[in-house]
Design a protein around this ligand. Structure first.
Ligand code: ZN
Length: 76
């Protein structure tokens, strides 16, 4: 399975609907994107995913913690 957001080929199915065949959930171990098989084509197809939101190694490296973690207070 190809991740629609980062094009990684190691995405995998990790859950399926209690009613067999209704939907499946997929997850990408590289960018942690999760999607359901019943979402719009623009969400589940890598070639249709909005290019402004695509991720690559450089963009993943530049991500920061949200919310930012402040420095520890000094004990007095
Ligand atoms: Zn991904």
């Amino acid at each position: 399975m190809i991740c629609p957001r980062c094009d990684d080929a190691t995405a995998f199915q990790f859950f399926e609907s209690p009613e067999k065949g209704a939907w499946e959930l997929y997850r990408c171990p590289r960018c942690f994107f999760v999607w359901r098989s019943t979402e719009e084509e623009e969400v589940i197809r890598p070639d249709l995913y909005d290019p402004d939101f695509k991720l690559n190694d450089e963009r993943i490296r530049q991500m920061s913690d949200k919310p930012p973690i402040p420095p520890l207070r000094r004990q007095k």
